[in-house]
Design a protein around this ligand. Structure first.
Ligand code: C2E
Ligand code: CA
Ligand code: CA
Ligand code: CA
Length: 274
């Protein structure tokens, strides 16, 4: 009888309340996901505009026992709210470096770090530890960060980026152009690469402004001697435009979708020797 009453209360529960409960449930489950081994990495190839594969980006996936695959867009923000993101990104970094170290070909591996990691972890020390542990050549590792990293503590952030670069690891600015201060950040922070946000790539054919912005980003990057990768490349005509304005590298469904590394063994140099 008690359950029945509780059930009937639920019917009238405002949608808002349900959303909050759903979110709390996901957050609780997220806390267990690491120890239950529910995370996995998918890998998406990065290529030169001429078609040579130069590396992979590691993208996190949560294989939930009941809900199925949960998108990082849904759970990364929750992990950031609860502070779990540090442990998750540490797992991603370690797993991706271990995987890449096993490839016969010395391709690059790009790993995403949350802006919040920089306040909570000693990121350069962690990177150094993982490099030692996995034996990965530092030159092969690239960390992708968004400009949010740098907002809170400007001079602190510069120091952290320098320490990462001193390990021999590259730092790429992810989602370039999507934020408010991308341009001034380029001047202040020692980035090694710019990753053009996929919003610009997507609109290349339909919005002349997008083409103009991408062209401007590339001429700026050339002046600053910064390599550029464009993300979200889905069509041959996007690729052709990017190549025509001197974009060096591309990533997107046209080259390959994110998938389990087994799917890309032919690109990493074959099966891992055991
Ligand atoms: P992001 O770093 O900007 O990653 C690019 C996203 O675009 C990925 O979504 C990728 O699957 C998707 N994508 C790649 N090529 C194409 C394309 O041609 N067309 C379209 N429409 N989409 C494409 P995903 O894997 O769902 O990841 C979403 C975001 O979650 C990432 O955006 C990143 O910000 C975050 N994320 C993923 N893995 C991690 C991680 O290990 N740590 C942290 N902190 N964040 C992560
Ligand atoms: Ca990224
Ligand atoms: Ca991005
Ligand atoms: Ca993003």
């Amino acid at each position: 009888a008690k359950n029945e009453r509780r059930g009937s209360v639920c019917v009238f529960e405002p949608a808002m309340d349900l959303q909050i409960r759903e979110k709390r449930a996901l957050q609780r489950e997220l806390a267990l996901a690491l120890q239950n081994d529910e995370f996995e990495l998918h890998y998406q190839p990065q290529a030169t505009t001429k078609g040579e594969i130069v590396g992979f980006e590691a993208l996190l996936r949560w294989r939930h026992p009941v809900r199925g695959m949960v998108s990082p867009a849904a759970f990364i923000p929750l992990a950031e709210e609860t502070g779990l993101i540090g442990a998750i990104d540490e797992w991603v970094l370690r797993s991706a470096c271990r995987e890449a170290a096993s490839w016969p070909k010395p391709l690059a591996i790009a790993v995403n770090l949350s802006p919040l990691d920089f306040g909570r972890l000693d990121v350069p020390a962690l990177i150094l530890q993982v490099l030692l542990e996995t034996g990965l050549d530092p030159k092969r590792l690239e960390v992708e960060i968004t400009e949010g990293v740098l907002i809170d503590d400007f001079s602190g952030a510069i120091g952290i980026l320098r320490r990462i670069k001193n390990c021999g690891v590259r730092v790429a600015m992810d989602d370039f152009g999507a934020g408010y201060s991308s341009l001034s950040y380029l001047q202040s922070f020692p980035f090694d690469k710019i990753k053009i946000d996929q919003a610009f790539t997507r609109k290349l054919e339909i919005n002349p402004d997008s083409a103009a912005i991408v062209e401007a980003i590339l001429s700026l990057a050339h002046r600053l001697n910064l390599p550029v990768i464009a993300e979200g490349v889905e069509t041959e005509s996007q690729l052709a435009f990017l190549a025509s304005v001197g974009c060096g590298e591309v990533q997107g469904y046209l080259i390959g979708k994110p998938g389990p590394i087994a799917q890309y063994r032919h690109l990493t140099g074959g099966a891992t020797p055991e």
